[in-house]
Design a binder for this molecule. Structure first.
Ligand code: ARG
Length: 573
């Protein structure tokens, strides 16, 4: 049982009613199931059917139709009462039956509850996070990393086979600079100990020095050319810089519970660009413009897409086209999604159009998911590398603050560091994903870390509360009785029933916000239930059992929902 199943049950009954008024009506039960709405106030009903849409085919006024259709719900499963209000048919659910069916369903399905089947047999590739090696991994990457991973998890939950690709920025002139800087001022030990920070420091030093000594730029270009033509020592250094960077990225990813299926970055497509250029020529869509090769897109109101620079080197867009062809060939995707800041929207629109012009009919399976900018208050977060905020510093600071709170509130907690990290990092992720992704956001760390209010810690705390109740209960007893469920119990079950719908909405819109919002709904309903109903202390054994069962269902649903937004589960806080 979920609200989707209930809609289906109601729709079948309504369809019979519609058909009896006019058998010619072509509406299917699935279409009717989509028509139900939730009244703004529970007092008006649990679910409602607006009848305006029927009036054309049934040739009656909506209130008359509502009244006639209400009869078809007589005796329908889970229906307590159907009331006509204007053109609406307001339906009240049979509370006990519904709470029972819903609770039992979650318990029976466990982590499978809420999963959809629309992705079965389909593959999606998602390109996200993708930092540029030797440049800071900063909060600008928070969006692509956590939105990207949420979108991946949502697809996995919907049955898709998912391939997460980290399209690392691991090719380009910055490597020439890094090689020059390393040979002049760096040493192995420093890089091994300092990791990305040491690499970035070398990169910054290169730029500072190059201001006084422009010949450095020429040397860097020469080293990059040598790298491109396969000079062994350069290749070794380049590979090493990348390995060091990936190792460090992986630490941050681990804090978010993220693993990639592929780290094929831009360099991987270096030798795959030649064939792409040939195909572009064969399609007759290239032009030479001041020595460079372009695809003219003026007809589509876009600036031209540059594919080959006048010096013969390929660029970002060429490699993206090569990567798309490679992914289609390798994974035969049904969808290929790219998550980057909105600043790159034009880039994607341009090369998607080029793929279309090349004649690939799958161009419409490519999609770009953009997001807005993020900034964080507080100079304290600025780092040695200038005024960017590194993701790892942000996570470390949040963790430290949570640890401070825990040392005050629950100093004896086992696993304190790991819990503080899950809560601190989770707080940032939760807050970030509470907004429409395209919105620019600015947040204050202290607000994000509050344990009350609509925050990640509040959600984590609620989850831990359910966990501790279950631990004390020592498992879910079997003798639950769902007679005379209270308002809070029913509302909680109703909220749990909406999980698959929240997943579908998040998936459709590419908005993880639908999940954070849903998590808050569950937390509110559960906390109300917790405060109003005796659970462990209830002395009627069968009622105690059903309340433990409901708690267990909450634990399962929250746990699954956390997994969809890169938030770890904390059994104890
Ligand atoms: N490395 C790029 C950046 O940091 C993002 C890459 C996105 N993916 C892609 N296939 N273009 O801006």
């Amino acid at each position: 049982m979920s609200i989707i199943d209930l809609r289906q049950i109601l729709a079948v009954a309504i369809k019979a009613g519609v058909d009896s008024i006019n058998p010619e009506t072509a509406l299917t039960a699935d279409e009717i199931a989509e028509m139900f709405e939730y009244p703004p106030d529970d007092k008006m009903g649990d679910i409602a059917l607006p009848c305006f849409k029927f009036s054309k085919t049934l040739r009656k006024a909506p209130p008359v139709i509502a009244s006639e259709l209400s009869a078809s719900l007589n005796g329908a499963e889970f229906v307590e009462e159907a009331q006509v209000a204007g053109g609406y048919l307001n339906i009240f659910i049979d509370r006990d039956a519904f709470t029972k069916a819903q609770t039992e369903e979650v318990i029976a399905k466990g982590e499978k509850y809420g999963r959809l089947t629309i992705g079965e047999g389909k593959t999606m590739v998602i390109d996200y996070s993708s930092p540029n090696v030797a440049k800071p991994f900063h909060i600008g990457h928070l969006g692509t990393t956590v939105i990207g991973h949420s979108i991946k998890m949502l697809h996995e939950f919907a049955g898709y086979k998912c391939v997460g690709v980290n399209h690392l920025g691991d090719w380009g002139t910055q490597f020439g600079k890094l090689i020059v800087a390393y040979r002049k001022w760096g040493n192995r030990e420093e890089i091994e100990n300092g990791g990305i920070d040491a690499l970035v420091a070398l990169y910054v030093k290169f730029h500072n020095e190059a201001e006084n000594d422009p010949s450095l730029e020429d040397q860097a270009r020469a080293e990059f050319t040598a790298l491109e033509s396969g000079k062994e020592e350069n290749l070794e250094l380049w590979k090493w810089f990348i390995d060091i960077s990936i190792e460090e990225y992986k630490k941050t990813y681990a804090q978010l519970g993220i693993e990639f299926d592929s780290y094929a970055g831009e360099s991987f497509y270096y030798d795959k660009c030649g064939p792409v250029l040939e195909k572009l020529d064969a399609a007759g869509i290239t032009k030479i413009d001041q020595g460079a090769t372009i695809v003219d897109l003026s007809e589509f109101n876009m600036p031209p897409c540059l594919v080959l620079k006048s010096d013969g080197s390929t660029i970002y867009a060429t490699r993206d086209i090569a990567a798309a062809l490679y992914r289609k060939e390798t994974y035969d995707f049904d969808k290929c999604i790219y998550v980057t800041s909105a600043g790159q929207s034009l880039h994607f629109a341009q090369w998607f159009k080029v793929v279309e012009l090349m004649g690939y009919e799958w161009y419409n399976k490519l999609s770009h998911v953009p997001y807005g900018t993020v900034s964080i208050d507080g100079a304290k977060l600025a780092t040695r590398t200038g005024n960017v905020v590194l993701l790892k510093d942000l996570f470390a600071q949040a963790t430290e603050k949570v640890l401070g709170i825990m040392n005050e509130k629950n100093p004896d907690l086992a696993n304190k560091e790991a819990t503080a990290e899950a809560v601190g990092v989770g707080a940032i992720v939760f807050h970030y994903l509470s907004n429409n992704r395209i919105k620019d956001i600015n947040f204050k760390l202290d607000d994000v870390l509050k344990f009350d209010g609509n925050t990640g810690p509040y959600a984590q705390y609620t989850y831990a509360r359910s966990s501790s109740l279950l631990e004390k209960a020592g498992g879910v007893p079997e003798n639950a009785d769902f007679k005379n469920c209270t308002e809070e119990e029913f509302q909680l079950a109703k909220t749990l029933s909406k999980f698959p719908e929240a997943v579908a909405a998040a998936l459709d819109s590419g908005e993880p916000m639908m999940i954070t919002r849903y998590i808050l709904d569950v937390c509110t309903a559960f906390n109300r239930f917790y405060h109003e109903c005796q659970i462990l202390s209830c002395n009627e054994e069968n009622i105690r059992a059903r309340r433990i069962a409901l708690t267990s269902a909450v634990h399962t649903v929250l746990g699954s929902a956390f997994g969809l937004i890169c938030m770890k589960k904390t059994e104890k806080i």
